[in-house]
Write a protein that binds this ligand. Structure first.
Ligand code: GDP
Ligand code: IMO
Ligand code: MG
Length: 421
C-alpha cells in the first residue's frame, strides 16, 4: 500500500480496512516523520512508527530493516497504545533497522535553519541525517543495542565526526558519547530488546504458508528520494519496489499494489505544486479536510486532484488498484476540477515531465465537474452515491487506468464503500 501523492492520503486508515484480512503488516521505510491516523469507535490513534495493523489482535506488526527508528519515540508509542489497552507484545523489529539518535534530530534542525529560503520543510525528526549515516556506514543499528561495548564504540566513532560538524559548522556544543551510550544501554536497550526478532525469517515463513502480508508505505511517491520532486523529498524510497528491499523479500511475493489517493491534493513542506490553490477553495479544503499535519501540526498546502501525478504513480508503483480517500471533503463544492495534463512551453504532458525544470514551469490543464452538494459521510455502498460523485470517481478511474476499489467518505473505520467490483 503506497501513497500516490505527497503523503497524508489516508494510508493508515486504508491499511486498517485491509489489515482485517492480513496476518502481518510491515513498515518498510521512513520513520517517525510519518503520521498515520486511524479513528476506531470515535477514538483517534495517531501512529508514527508502529504499523497500523497493531489495532487488530490477529495481526503481527513488523518494522522492517528499511525503517529508521527513534527508540524513544517507539517506546513512547508503545506506552501510549498500552494506555489505550492496545497490546504491542506481538511487535517485531528488524535488527538491521537503523536508529535515529538525538544528534540526527539536532542536525536536521540545524541544517534546515541554515538553508534559509531554500528550506526543504522537513519534519525535523532527524530522518535525513539517519539515512545519510546508514549510507555512510556510520549508522547505529537496532542490533547494536544488544551489545553494550560495541554500541559505545560505535557511538564514539560516530560522534567523533558529528561533533566536529556540530561545533565547527553550526556552533553547537556537541554531544557526549558516553552519556548517550549510558542512556541507550541502561534505559532503552532493556525495553527494546524483547521486540527484536528475525523479521526476514518470519516473513518468508508466513509467505510460504500462504499468509497475507500487507506492506504499509509511509510518505508517498512524490516524496520518494529518486522519483519525487527532488530535493523536496524525504530520504527514503516510499514506492512499492522498496517494500522488497526494506523488508527482505523477493519481487515475486507482491501480487497486489494499492495506491492511496486523496480526492484532492495536499502537500506539507516546500516544493512544486502545479494544482495548488491560493484562494478560498484552498482554505475550504484545509478547514473541511482538517489539513494540518498529524505529526507536526503544520498547515498543509491544498490543490485540485492531479491526474498527471496519479498516472505517474500508477506506473512507478505498478498499482493494481486505487483507494480514494476524503471524497466527503468535496461535498459542498459547486464545481470540482481535475488536472488532466500539464502544459510546458506549448507542449502537453500526460505524465510527469522527465526533467524537474520542466515540472517547475508546468501549468495545469483542467477538466471541470459539477459538484454533488450532498453529505456523503453516511454512504456505505456505491448506489448511495449521487450521479455526480459516481461520474467524478469514474473519471478518475479512467484517468489512472486502474480500478478504484475503495472510496472513503469519512475518517471512521466504517466510513467507506467498495466502488469497483
Ligand atoms: P496518512 O499519513 O496517509 O496515513 O494520512 P494522515 O493520517 O496523516 O492524514 C489523513 C487524515 O484524514 C487523518 O486525519 C484521517 O483521520 C483523515 N481521513 C482519512 N480518510 C478520510 C476520509 O475519507 N474522509 C475524511 N473526512 N477524513 C479522512
Ligand atoms: P505520512 O506517512 C507528509 C515531507 C516533509 C518534507 C519532506 C522531507 O504521514 O504520509 P523529512 O522529515 O522526511 O526529511 O521531510 O517530506 N514528509 C511528509 N509529508 N506526510 C508524511 O508522512 C511525510 N513525511 C515526510 O513535510 O516536505
Ligand atoms: Mg500522515
Amino acid at each position: 500500500m503506497v501513497g500516490t501523492q505527497w503523503g497524508d492520503e489516508g494510508k493508515g486508515r486504508v491499511v486498517d480496512i485491509v489489515a482485517k484480512e492480513c496476518a502481518y503488516v510491515v513498515r518498510y521505510q521512513g520513520g517517525h516523520n510519518a503520521g498515520h491516523t486511524l479513528v476506531v469507535d470515535g477514538e483517534v490513534f495517531a501512529l508514527q512508527l508502529i504499523p497500523s495493523g497493531i489495532l487488530y489482535d490477529h495481526v503481527v506488526p513488523i518494522i522492517g530493516n528499511g525503517v529508521v527508528i527513534d527508540p524513544r519515540v517507539l517506546l513512547n508509542e508503545i506506552d501510549t497504545l498500552a494506555a489505550k489497552d492496545v497490546d504491542c507484545q506481538r511487535l517485531m523489529l528488524s535488527p538491521q533497522a537503523h536508529l535515529v539518535l538525538p544528534y540526527h534530530q539536532i542536525l536536521d534542525e540545524l541544517a534546515e535553519s541554515r538553508r534559509g529560503d531554500n528550506k526543504i520543510g522537513t519534519t525535523k525528526r532527524g530522518i535525513g541525517p539517519a539515512y545519510a549515516d546508514k549510507a555512510s556506514r556510520i549508522g547505529i543499528r537496532v542490533e547494536d543495542l544488544l551489545d553494550p561495548e560495541h554500541l559505545r564504540a560505535r557511538l564514539h566513532s560516530a560522534l567523533a565526526e558529528k561533533n566536529v560538524i556540530l561545533r565547527d559548522v553550526y556552533g553547537h556544543e556537541g554531544l557526549d558519547p558516553d552519556q548517550l551510550a549510558d542512556e541507550l544501554i541502561d534505559e532503552i536497550a532493556p525495553r527494546v530488546a524483547p521486540y527484536i526478532g528475525d523479521t526476514v525469517g518470519h516473513l518468508h515463513e508466513a509467505l510460504h504458508a500462504g499468509e497475507r502480508v500487507l506492506f504499509e508505505g509511509a510518505q508517498a511517491t512524490f516524496l520518494d528520494l529518486d522519483h519525487g520532486t527532488y530535493p523536496f523529498v524525504t530520504s527514503s524510497n516510499p514506492i512499492a519496489g522498496y517494500a522488497l528491499v526494506g523488508s527482505g523479500i523477493g519481487p515475486g511475493a507482491i501480487d497486489q499494489v494499492i495506491g492511496i489517493a486523496k480526492a484532492y491534493l495536499t502537500r506539507v513542506g516546500a516544493g512544486p505544486f502545479v494544482t495548488e490553490l491560493h484562494d478560498e477553495i484552498g482554505d475550504h479544503l484545509v478547514d473541511v479536510g482538517h489539513e494540518y499535519g498529524t505529526n507536526t501540526g503544520r498547515r498543509r498546502r491544498t490543490g485540485w486532484f492531479d491526474a498527471v501525478m496519479a498516472r505517474q504513480a500508477v506506473r512507478l508503483n505498478a498499482c493494481t488498484e486505487i483507494a480514494l480517500t476524503k471524497l466527503d471533503v468535496l461535498d459542498q463544492l459547486e464545481t470540482i476540477k481535475v488536472c488532466v495534463a500539464y502544459e510546458v512551453d506549448g507542449r502537453r504532458y500526460e505524465y510527469l515531465p522527465h526533467l524537474r525544470r520542466l515540472h517547475d514551469k508546468a501549468t495545469p490543464v483542467y477538466a471541470e465537474f459539477p459538484g454533488w452538494c450532498t453529505d456523503l459521510s453516511g454512504a456505505t455502498e456505491r448506489h448511495d452515491l449521487p450521479r455526480e460523485a459516481i461520474d467524478y470517481i469514474s473519471f478518475l478511474e479512467r484517468q489512472m487506468g486502474v480500478p478504484i476499489r475503495f472510496v472513503c467518505v469519512g475518517p471512521g473505520r466504517e466510513q467507506y464503500l467498495r466502488f469497483a467490483a
